[in-house]
Design a binder for this molecule. Structure first.
Ligand code: VG1
Ligand code: CO
Length: 543
């Protein structure tokens, strides 16, 4: 095929955030916008000549168009092969698995995760390295630097590739293999969990609802839950991936998956509910009478890990992002294993997983995963819970309450202030940063501040340092508030405020969360001036 070199002008806003480049669709539709970014990715990499690139996305608006461009550009830049999910579909964890299993050089994952999709909503591109995980900062910095000076990109004139038929063919000197997006992933899950026990549980009348929110996990949930595990038809809900996710936010939390939550809570509803996000790496877990916070879910999975065949050998260590509650720390302490605290974003777990220092990782933002891939994995967490339920033969509520009794409860909540004007959000953080030295010893809402800092991470594996990863205010007694700005939004700034309070007394573990955290919530405003800076009286989303 003819290889064209196309002249282009750089854009100045292609800086990858917490998880790749995310922008509104009209931004991506500007001339050469996607091409510039993809070429900048290739320009930041070395030694992929003749190697394999995995390509797939969550099915959102622009998915197919950008996949076509990526295939043609991979051919022009010298990749030997691309592996593409049928229909352009690959969940983020499934893409990670494919990269690892077939020893690909890397992969392009097209998604803006839990952000809405459609002609006026969000799109995204993320590059994952050969270990299957998100590119580390060294590479994302190089991509951004390249994007600011790019002057041309290469593309092969190969015409549109048929993405819908599984098979392998030669296009412009490169092999294109269209693969079943579910098969390898389903095999991996089957190797980790006790599918026989889960099947028996469904056979015994256990009922669940899995809400894929019209996003990428639909085909996976249908095949694994209803197909392999024998759950009744209808268990998988909203399982057709739609380019606009049916007009909803594919974000599995109490706000956007409220219907599922209400169903599970109703007397006649299923015993167990789960949901996942746009690209399938997040999960929400709900049992009858009990919503499991993601931080607790991480702790519970870790505490019960050896019940799953894939984790029988025990855990090497646990890692969590800094804003995630310390519930898992107590489990690590009891197990006598390592506990690592990283900045927000899955890319920081990669080194720990590769080095065998951590087996299970988690974030408060509905993300849990392990060393089976290098991304967080929504269905993995759901299947882990099913495995635990099948082994322990108790309800989610009983299991969670027993855990709190043993370890104490970490009351936890996150308040998001979305689409705040960027200047105002930055001013708040700046002022907070300046006030840090004066905070220790100060009394707020009857609580004394013990320490306050701007979190910096020293990667114990490669020694790299990541600064300004969130402001922590720690109170005497272990409560804390964390402030940071989101790195995944596409309009304005999102201020995230995280609250945590530890309660060891079993008699005090059944207070409504916002009530249990009320003093901290007031203290946060007093410390950071949220109302004053943002003009917002209350958060847009509470999880
Ligand atoms: C958010 C979450 C973070 C998560 C990231 C990507 O980032 O807080 O924990 O890793 O999204 O998840 P931020 O910078 O907006 O707080 V996903 O499922 O959007 O790929
Ligand atoms: Co996601």
């Amino acid at each position: 095929a003819t290889i064209k070199t196309v002249q282009t002008k750089p854009y100045d806003d292609q800086k990858p955030g917490t998880s790749g480049l995310r922008k509104k669709v009209p931004v991506f539709e500007q001339p050469n916008y996607a091409e510039n970014f993809i070429q900048s990715v290739f320009n930041s990499l070395d030694g992929f000549e003749g190697k394999t690139l995995v390509i797939g996305g969550d099915g959102r608006y622009l998915n197919r168009e950008v996949i076509q461009k990526a295939i043609a550009m991979a051919a022009a830049n010298g990749f030997g092969k691309v592996m593409v999910g049928q229909g352009g579909i690959l969940s983020t964890p499934a893409a990670s698995n494919i990269i690892r299993k077939y020893k690909a050089f890397g992969g392009l994952v097209l998604s803006a995760s839990h952000n809405p999709g459609g002609p006026h909503e969000d799109f995204g591109i993320k590059y994952n390295i050969g270990n299957g995980g998100p590119a580390p900062e060294k590479i994302t910095d190089a991509i951004f630097a390249n994007s600011k000076t790019i002057s041309e990109y290469k593309i092969a004139e190969i015409g549109a590739v048929d993405l819908d038929v599984v098979g392998s063919f030669n296009v412009g000197g490169m092999v294109v293999e269209i693969i079943d997006p579910v098969k390898d992933y389903a095999e991996l899950m089957n190797s980790l969990f006790d599918f026989d026990a889960i099947r028996a549980m469904f056979k015994g009348g256990f009922r669940m609802a899995m809400d894929s929110m019209h996003a990428v996990t639909g085909p996976y949930a249908k095949e694994i839950l209803e197909g392999m595990l024998g759950a009744p038809k209808g268990t998988a809900r909203n399982f057709h991936p739609l380019p606009d996710f049916g007009g909803h936010h594919p974000d599995p939390n109490l706000v956007h998956a409220k219907k599922l939550y209400d169903d599970v809570m109703s007397a006649k509803g299923p015993d167990f509910g789960a949901a996942s996000d746009g690209d399938g790496d997040r999960n929400m877990i709900v049992g009858k009478g009990m919503f499991v916070t993601p931080s607790d879910s991480l702790a519970l999975i870790a505490a019960n890990a050896t019940l799953a065949p894939g984790y029988k050998r025990g855990l090497a260590g646990i890692a969590r992002s800094m804003p995630t509650s310390a519930a898992a720390d107590r489990v690590a302490e009891k197990l006598g294993i390592g506990m690592y605290e990283t900045p927000t974003g899955w890319k920081f777990f990669g080194n720990l997983l590769d080095a065998g220092m951590a087996t299970i990782c988690g974030e408060e933002s509905f993300g849990t995963g392990s060393d089976h891939v290098r991304e967080k994995d929504g269905l993995w967490a759901v299947l882990f819970w099913l495995n635990i339920l099948a082994a322990r033969k108790q309800s989610v509520k009983d299991i969670v309450e027993a855990h709190w009794k043993e370890y104490g409860r970490n009351y936890y909540s996150r308040h998001d202030y979305e689409e705040v004007e960027s200047d105002k959000a930055n001013a708040l953080i700046e002022a907070l940063r300046e006030s840090l030295p004066k905070l220790p010893g100060k009394k707020v809402q009857g609580m004394t501040i013990e320490a306050a800092d701007d979190f910096a991470y020293h990667d114990p594996v490669d020694g790299s340092v990541s600064k300004n990863q969130g402001i922590r205010v720690l109170f005497k007694g272990g409560s804390r508030v964390v402030f940071r700005l989101s790195g995944t939004g596409t309009s304005g700034a999102t201020l995230r405020v995280y609250f945590e309070r530890y309660e060891p007394d079993a008699k005090k573990q059944n207070v409504e969360t916002q009530k249990a955290l009320a003093d901290l919530i007031k203290a946060a405003d007093e410390i950071a001036g949220i109302v004053k800076f943002t003009g917002r009286k209350k958060p847009t989303v509470i999880t």
